[in-house]
Design a protein around this ligand. Structure first.
Ligand code: RFL
Ligand code: PHB
Length: 415
């Protein structure tokens, strides 16, 4: 398969929906629009190889899986993904399994985000709709009947006009800056910690994901395959990746997840390492004129609880429905209500992620704070009602809008 899906084709000068960013949000939205016969152009700053190899999320909740499968994007995910019912919690020398499946009948699927992105790119290429890598958006003008996106390639700077622009360009993208600062309604919480993540050729520590709150800090033990572990260590926010040798990482992971009822952690070659800050961020205005924000461009959750990718997908479900109603049926009220529809689910995930973050990490605080953390852990282990509440969000709250696949694919689409 060519590394350049456009085969050198030029970016068109006009489209119905200009999408900035070929991450999970941009690519999923492009596909959901395609299924409604709506044309879009996706512009991505990085190379295809970079986007397809970027290691990130791994836990996909049931509503996200259901949407991807219904949209014809889930074949490999269903074949290769690992289905989990809950997660393990290990503290004070004892391992507990929190099984959420009985409460909701749902599962979480472990499938690497970069694998999903590969599937989404392949699906986009099949539709023959435009997807341009190495194309950086430098400015968005969201006003007027034809909003414009300014972009830069090796050939120079050009403009793409569109009926609507969607910034799905992640937390550090250009899209949010096009919304005036005083109307964004930003909510921000920074944590004084980061996650040092590794991918290693070793047997995962537990059959499903495991959180180990420890006085030294949290360790998280997840997986990408039977002999491929994905693990994280809570470290100070100002940590330099180079400060940690591989043996130091293994020593600290082993100390934090040790328990009388568990075998010692298996070590192995570390094939990838990364550092991710922990922050919560919400742009409470997800729409400004004809510009819409989706995914990390609009909100960031700390990785504890694994909600970011799932919020990106749920935003695209709401937005594709609203764009479809406006473009195919002239009904604009869903677009006008995009923020009001999408934001409550975002805030439910923010609440969940903040609760897990403050309960599972060792954070600065007094003895009372520490005792409350401990009481929350004990409650999750000891109370069915508490586990039900936790599991409902972990496995995935329903999307605010049902996906729209109904409108027949219009002329010009080739699928
Ligand atoms: P992305 O994936 O950042 O994609 C945005 C894309 O936009 C491009 N871009 C631009 N393109 C053109 N012009 C510009 N000016 C541009 N600026 C940026 C970028 O190159 C990029 O390709 O955002 P999207 O699509 O909203 O997806 C969000 C998810 O990637 C993110 O929320 C998750 O990875 C978060 N996350 C997790 N989420 C989960 O649901 N489950 C998990 O298990 C989970 N684990 C994690 C995570 C994130 C982590 N890190 C690294 C922050 C674990 C970690 C460690
Ligand atoms: C992951 O598998 O990458 C993972 C697991 C649990 C989290 C975040 C990420 O809370």
């Amino acid at each position: 398969m060519s590394s350049d899906p456009t085969h050198g084709a030029r970016v068109p000068s006009r489209t119905q929906v200009a999408i900035v960013g070929a991450g999970p949000a941009g690519l999923t939205l492009g596909h959901l629009l395609h299924l409604q016969g709506i044309d879009s152009v996706i512009l991505e700053r990085s190379s295809r190889a970079h986007v397809e190899q970027r290691l990130r999320a791994g836990i996909i909740e049931q509503p996200s899986v259901d949407l991807l499968v219904a949209a014809g994007l889930g074949d490999r995910l269903l074949r290769e993904g690992m289905r989990h019912s809950g997660f393990y919690l290990r503290y004070d020398d004892v391992t507990h399994y929190l099984d959420f499946h009985p409460y909701t009948g749902q599962y979480a699927t472990v499938y690497g985000q970069h694998e999903l992105v590969k599937d989404l790119i392949a699906a986009r290429i099949d539709t023959r709709r435009p997807l341009h890598f190495d194309t950086e958006v430098t400015a968005i003008a969201p006003s007027g009947p034809t909003p414009a996106v300014r972009y830069r390639t090796t050939a120079g700077e050009r403009t793409l006009e569109a009926d609507f622009v969607v910034a799905a360009d992640g937390f550090h993208g250009a899209g949010r800056a096009a919304i005036p600062a005083d109307v964004r309604g930003e909510l921000i919480r920074e944590y004084p910690v980061a996650w040092l993540g590794i991918l290693a050729e070793s047997t995962p520590a537990a059959p499903e994901g495991m959180y180990c709150p420890h006085p030294n800090g949290l360790s998280v033990h997840s997986m990408r395959g039977p002999r491929l572990s994905r693990q994280y260590l809570q470290v100070p926010a100002d940590t330099d990746l180079g400060d940690w040798s591989d043996p130091q990482i293994w020593d600290e992971l082993s100390v934090r997840c040790a328990a009388a009822d568990a075998v010692p952690l298996e070590t192995g070659p570390i094939v990838e390492r990364s550092l991710a800050p922990l922050r919560s961020y919400v742009c409470s205005t997800m729409q400004y004129k004809r510009l819409f924000l989706a995914g990390d461009a609009a909100h960031i959750v700390p990785p504890t609880g694994a909600k970011g990718l799932n919020l990106a997908i749920s935003d695209t479900c709401v937005l594709s429905h609203a764009l479809g109603a406006a473009i195919n049926h002239g009904i604009t009220e869903h677009l006008t209500r995009y923020t009001a529809t999408a934001l409550p689910r975002v805030m439910a995930a923010q609440r969940f992620s903040a609760l897990l973050t403050t309960t599972l990490h060792a954070l600065p605080g007094d003895g009372f704070t520490e005792a409350l953390r401990r009481a929350t852990l004990d409650r999750w282990v000891g109370s069915e009602a508490a586990r039900h509440e936790l599991g409902e969000v972990y496995l995935g709250l329903p999307f605010a809008t049902a996906p729209t696949f109904g409108t027949p694919i219009g002329a010009g689409a080739s699928a």
